[in-house]
Unconditional design. Sequence first.
Length: 149
Amino acid sequence: MLKGKVFVVLVLALAVAGVGSAAAQQKVTAQDYTEINQLYARYNFAIDSGDAEGWADTFTPDGVFGGNTEGRAALVEFATNFHKGQNGAARHWNTNLVVTPTAEGADGACYLMLWNTSSSPATIIVSTIYRDKLVKTGDGWRFKSRITE
């Protein structure tokens, strides 16, 4: 009988601790946080400088931007058109990055201010929030999906 009680106590302790939950088992290390932060920076610098290939590289090959731009070719086309449409004068500014581990990788969220630097002083074009699904690949962290709200 004592063995049965010990087993029940152990099961309850594990359940309370969240052991067995895939989300609880997923860890995001300090190194992961640093790499994710760099991913956000590479994304911004690439699209603002007109590096459409580099911008698409921040996504998985089947990555989705904005809910309707899906896959590498579509991402490259979007970034090319965005840079041309902004005459190279857009600057993405992200703040307040929050990263939450998930079973698949991590969720990311941050504020976005998109600036028009061709005016003096620079003006805000958009202020919104990015909601991201992040996955760790053989090439490092990538956006699986990125939407704004």
